[in-house]
Design a protein. Structure first.
Length: 407
């Protein structure tokens, strides 16, 4: 007997027929003699619809009430899936994050899991029940509902699997694995048989919407292999695991684009020690996550400082800049929303000279201009025009022969 934790994303439970399909898949595992824990997201676009309703009411909602609203989406899906399993004659029970005692810190909307009390979970499993768990949510010390941020059901899944010491952790959605690029944009994209935690984390952070970065970090911490596959077919998926090979790492394993970035340029900032630190500290203190940064030296001891953030944080970032304008003494700021981040990722590039040169050259030869650059040991990212993003993906995929990566 194995203990299996599965996760089904919103697209996998978007309607009654799909919920019944998931129920049958879960029962297959149960019939094989396995203990089954199933983490479920809200149905389809439920969370987006709830947010739209909220925005029709107010543009400044209380974070606690936001979590009170958004946690209802998963409660609907876990109840319906449990009913579907009951209808097929099998024992199951649904548990919210509160009932599961998924404990988090106090930060609403972006809570971090601090502990999972598995007492109730083990009791239900001992009674041979399939346990259906609400993803994306937990409860803080005040017994208030909290949410883990978008994509948080992945994090719930890995955290539960680690806490219960599961034998397998499987994540199902509408994609059948991790690809070298978005197959909707790059037709020659190849599905990877396996990928390292580090490479998957970079791709997840760079716009590959297959797995949430926090889930990858947790899996890496607990050395928990993840299996990524589709709930719509039985096609073999991708294993995310530790890098088992000392040699033979691929130079580049994937290309990703992020269309959700904006570029902000703070103009004519005094060229004085500590000024940039004050500005970025203020942004950080308000939970604005800054990505790329570049400073351009201007005349008269004044600089332009340019940085990128996620477009969802634009309003918050501008509020911070307005609040510190007199203290920092900058002239003004401008916003460019017509940008995209294009990135290549591969653990082997750190020991292979010339990868950056190939990337920049191939983009240049295809008239794709680079605005900003950032690098790490296993990734290189460039800021380009949004209209060039799909072209850049195909150019780089071809340059690094990613269609032949499994050969």
């Amino acid at each position: 007997m194995s203990l299996i934790v599965q996760k089904y994303g919103g697209s996998s439970v978007a309607n009654a027929e799909l919920i019944k399909n998931v129920a049958k898949r879960v029962i297959e595992g149960y019939e094989e003699g396995n203990q089954m824990i199933v983490v479920v997201s809200a149905m389809g676009d439920t969370t987006d619809h709830l947010i739209e309703l909220m925005e029709d009411i107010t543009d400044d909602p209380d974070p606690r009430e936001v979590d009170m609203l958004l946690t209802t989406g998963e409660q609907v899906s876990i109840a319906l899936l449990t009913m579907a399993i009951h209808a097929l004659g099998y024992p199951a029970i649904s548990l919210t994050g509160s009932q599961m005692k998924i404990k988090t810190n106090e930060k609403h909307n972006q809570a971090m899991i601090t502990d999972i009390d598995t007492t109730r979970l083990k009791k239900e499993l001992a009674e041979n029940k399939i346990v259906i768990v609400a993803g994306f949510q937990g409860v803080n010390e005040n017994q208030d509902f909290t949410t883990l941020g978008r994509g948080g059901s992945d994090t719930t899944t890995v955290a539960v699997a680690a806490a219960i010491n599961a034998d397998r952790c499987e994540i199902y959605s509408d994609v059948d694995g991790v690809y070298t690029a978005d197959p909707r944009v790059v037709r020659s994209a190849s599905k990877l048989d396996h990928i390292s935690y580090e490479e998957m984390l970079e791709l997840a952070n760079l716009g590959a919407n297959v797995l949430h970065p926090r889930a990858v970090e947790l899996a890496n911490t607990y050395d928990l292999k993840l299996y990524i596959a589709s709930s719509f077919n039985k096609t073999t998926g991708t294993i995310v695991r530790g890098d088992e090979k000392m040699e033979g790492k691929k130079n580049v394993v994937g290309v990703a684009s992020d269309l959700g970035e904006i570029k902000i340029t703070v103009e004519r900032v005094p060229d004085e020690p500590g000024i940039a630190g004050k500005m970025f500290r203020s942004l950080a203190d308000n939970a604005v996550n800054v990505d790329m940064i570049i400073q351009n030296l201007q005349r008269d001891e004044l600089n332009d400082i340019t940085f990128t953030i996620n477009q969802d944080q634009e309003r918050l970032a501008l509020k911070v800049l307005e609040n510190i304008k007199s203290e920092i003494r900058f002239n003004n700021y401008s916003i460019d929303r017509d940008v995209a981040k294009i990135s290549i990722v591969g653990a082997g590039m750190q020991s292979t000279p010339g990868i950056a040169a190939r990337m920049f050259t191939s983009l240049g030869e295809n008239n794709i201009n680079i605005g900003m650059i950032t690098t790490s040991e296993i990734k290189i990212s460039c800021l380009i025009k949004k209209d060039d993003a799909n072209k850049a993906l195909n150019v780089l995929h071809q340059e690094f022969k990613l269609d032949k990566i499994n050969e």
